[in-house]
Each structure stands twice: as C-alpha cells, then as structure tokens.
Design a protein around this ligand. Structure first.
Ligand code: FAD
Length: 434
C-alpha cells in the first residue's frame, strides 16, 4: 500500500477540521502541504444542523448548504474550495492506527500517512444502549445521531414510519431537539429520562419546568424517573415496544437514543497525556507530544477564565480551538507564541419556536427572571448563576442578538450582584447596563 506524506495532517473531518482548514488558508498554507483525513464521505459541515433543520419535513437543510464555516456567519467551504487551495480532503478513510513516535497513521484499508505536524480532531462518538447490554437494543429503527449517515438513516425511518410513534431516550439537548423535530414530523412522541428534569447538567429546575411545560403543550409526553430497560421487535426485526424499568411498556415505530457521548481518543492511548477523559493540551492546544495538537471535543485545555482545566463538547469551542491551534502552529514555526486561549463557554440550542443561549459557568446560586410561563404567547426569560457575590453564568430564552451579547458580557466580566432578589427583579436590565 502507498504511503502519502504531508507537512500537516488533521485526523477527523468535522467542525474543527473545517475551521482549521480556513485558518490554514489564512496563514498561507502551500498547495499539497495539508491533508484532512475523515471517516465521513463529505467535506466538513456544521454538525448541529443534523438534529435541527436536517430533519424538517419541509425545506430541510441539505449539503452543500451547511458546510463549514456558515454556522458562524463565515464563508461556506465547498469541496472545490479545498481543491483550489491544494488541501487534500481524504474522505471515507478511517484511521485505525496512530504511531506518534514514527509520525505515521494507518487507515482501515492499509494506507499509511506520515506527517510533520498532526492535529487530532476526531470528536466524539455516541454511547450505545448495546454497550450497556440493554436487552433487544440491536433491533432495527433504534437510532443514534452523530454524523450525516446517522441523520440519513433517521430521515429514511421518519419517511418509512410516517405519522408513527417515536420514543426518544435521553433528556439532554439532543433528546429535546429530536423530540421537537419528530413532533414537527407529525409523530406521536414520548421522551424518557431518569433524571428529575431535562438537561440537568445545565438547566435549573425552574428553567427545565418551562421547557417541559412547553413540550407537553406541543403534545410531547415526558416520562421521567425511569429508563429504557429492554426492547421487543416484530418479525422483521424492527423495534416494536420499549420496556421501561418501572414496568410500563411503550409502543414505538422508531426509537432515538441520545444518552451522551465519549471523546474518540483510543487511537492515541498510552502515547499522549490524558486528563478528564480527553487529551491534555496547553493553551495553544499542544499535547504532551511534540508537533501534535488536539482540538474540539477531544481536548482538555486550560480554562483561563476559571483557572482550571476542562473539556468542552460545544460547537463554538470546536471552531475557536481549531483556529487557536493553527495560529499557534504557524507562530511556533517562526519561534513565536500567541496569546493563551481565553474561552468563555457558550452553548445554544433551538427547537420548535424556541431558542436559548448560555454563557459562562453554571455554578453557585441561581435566580430566574422574565416570563417563563410555557403557555405565554411569547415567553422570554433568563437565569443568572451567582458565585461569591459575582454573576458567573447567564442563560436567556428568546433573546434578541444584542440581548444575547449583553448576557455574554455579564458572564465574561462577572459583575457583582447586590442581592439575589434585586437581580431577579432587574432581570435583563442588569445585563443591559454592563
Ligand atoms: P466532530 O465535528 O464530531 O468531527 C470529528 C470528525 O472526525 C468526524 O468527521 C468523524 O467521522 C471523524 N473521525 C473520528 N475518528 C476518526 C478516525 N479514526 N479516522 C478518520 N476520521 C475520524 N453543539 C452546540 O454548541 N450547539 C448545538 O446545537 C449542537 N448540536 C449538535 C447536534 C448534534 C446532532 C451533534 C452530534 C452535536 C451537536 N453539538 C452542538 C456539538 C458539536 O457539534 C460538537 O461539539 C462539534 O462537532 C465538535 O467538533 P469536532 O471537530 O471536535 O468533532
């Protein structure tokens, strides 16, 4: 098998890879110097579209519409762009072995790739119910969503089971977005999760009560405090029923599972330092191995704002970390350093007519403000997180762009709050004054 050699290789062709490619071009990468090796069959795209507009019954998003970097208002990098820049997009190619000592990657087909500099951008994979040995979990139409192939399977199932019954397992943002989009596709939707409320890692009970109320109003049934413990299937091997641990049984034509992910770092185990489930990097996304960088979901990096180290699985960080790594890589070749990554956590989600943004850290005490009645014609509300008297996190549903910018500023500057009561009364005004 042939060996191909590049100055720079990015392993993984997702969001980070797309934003890294754009930064490589800005930094003046020469034709033939950079290769992106991806398991997927398409050029980098904005992954969040898959659980949103990609599944709409009408006017669905399709490639090439959402290639990176349109998600952040940037240029859409079509496959031709990569060709023009002399960037090698090596698609449908899974790397199965990485030897960082000899700077060699090996694909499933046995091809080898050598590099001078490597950027690891392999992202995450979804946890599967089969991994936990759940009875009957390998039945047809029990689906997951991580990449475009998964999304296409879901689109096919939605068509095949038109107006059917769907059970969504998991109460995170993927579960919430998928429940909404299945409802919009006219499915009878039930959501199941073990926690006392949805999105418990971020949402307070007050925030969650709004979304749960809104979903119920839209006709999504929510079943909390139990888990899917098994599945039965029909003669075609298609899922037919979901058995819950509390003894209930739900009919299902489709089951969609969103129970979390795991960063894909196995290829590099034992070769690079790890921390908090990811690959440990510095503030330029350099790993413990010379000439090797890690970005996006797989990187555990110093969070300057909070003085600790974290791994972040959000699209905004995948874009920014990729840009930071490429800038640092070019600077280091000129013996220079760039400013440390100074990230303000930012996460968003959209479903039905709703849209929220969160900035900062969700620690400490909380207040809720605004109209959080799920029956309101135009609900708009938010929350602040207060730690040691300072406002460190801010959430806003239904905010206008300048209001979202205002809450971002609050999370960044961490102003003092006079009292929780005053903050709750002032609400968005507090942010607008900062
Ligand atoms: P990815 O974008 O996952 O890219 C990794 C790439 O590496 C993939 O192409 C993969 O196939 C490839 N790869 C992996 N292993 C190999 C290998 N061995 N060989 C070759 N290629 C390999 N975040 C938000 O902030 N807001 C949202 O609304 C939101 N919605 C989302 C919706 C969905 C359905 C999903 C799955 C994620 C969503 N996210 C959202 C999270 C966000 O998309 C990720 O944080 C982001 O994509 C991470 O970028 P990445 O480049 O690290 O990984």
């Amino acid at each position: 098998m042939a060996n191909k050699s590049f100055k720079y290789v990015i392993v993984g062709g997702g969001v980070s890879a797309g934003y890294a490619a754009r930064e490589f071009a800005k930094q003046g990468v020469q034709p033939g110097e950079l290769a992106i090796i991806s398991k997927e069959g398409v050029a980098p795209y904005e992954r969040p579209a898959l659980s949103k507009a990609y599944l709409f019954p009408e006017g669905a998003a399709r490639l090439p519409g959402f290639h990176t970097c349109v998600g952040s208002g940037g240029e859409r990098l079509l496959p031709e762009w990569y060709t023009e820049k002399g960037i090698n997009l090596i698609l449908n190619t899974e790397i199965v072995k990485a030897d960082l000592a000899s700077k060699t990657l090996t694909s499933a087909a046995g091809e080898t790739f050598t590099y001078k500099f490597l950027i690891i951008a392999t992202g995450s994979t979804t946890l599967k119910l089969t991994d936990f040995g759940v009875e009957g979990a390998s039945a047809k139409n029990i689906l997951y969503l991580r990449d475009i192939d998964d999304a296409d399977k879901l689109v096919e199932a939605i068509k095949a089971k038109k107006n059917g019954t769907a059970v969504v397992v998991g109460g995170g943002y993927i579960g919430l977005e998928l429940s909404a989009v299945l409802k919009i596709n006219n499915f009878d939707v039930k959501m199941v999760y073990p926690e006392p409320w949805c999105m418990p890692r971020l949402f307070t009970a007050g925030i969650a009560a709004f979304y749960e109320g809104y979903y119920e109003k839209k006709g999504v049934s929510i079943i909390k405090g139990t888990v899917a413990s098994g599945f039965t299937s029909n003669d075609n091997g298609e899922v037919k029923e979901v058995k819950l641990k509390d003894g209930r049984v739900l009919e299902a034509d489709i089951v969609v599972v969103g129970v979390g992910g795991r960063p894909l770092i196995n290829l590099f185990k034992g070769q690079v330092e790890e921390e908090k489930g990811g690959i440990k990097t510095d503030a330029s996304f350099k790993t413990s191995v010379p000439d090797v960088y890690a970005v996006g979901d797989v990187a555990t990096f110093p969070m300057k704002l909070y003085g600790d180290i974290r791994r972040v699985e959000h699209v905004d960080h995948s874009r920014k970390s990729a840009e930071q790594a490429v800038k640092a890589l070019f600077a280091s070749q000129q013996g220079k350093e760039i400013e440390a990554y100074d990230y303000l956590p930012y996460f968003y989600s959209r479903s039905f007519d709703l849209s929220w943004q969160f900035y900062g850290d969700n620690v400490g005490e909380t207040v809720i403000f605004g109209d959080h009645d799920p029956s309101s014609a135009k609900p708009k509300f938010g929350s602040y997180w207060i730690k040691e008297g300072k406002v460190v996190g801010a959430f806003l549903e239904g905010g206008a762009p300048e209001e979202n910018q205002a809450i971002a500023k609050v999370a960044k500057l961490q102003p003092l709050a006079s009292s929780l009561d005053a903050l709750a009364k002032e609400g968005l005004e507090f942010a607008s004054k900062i």
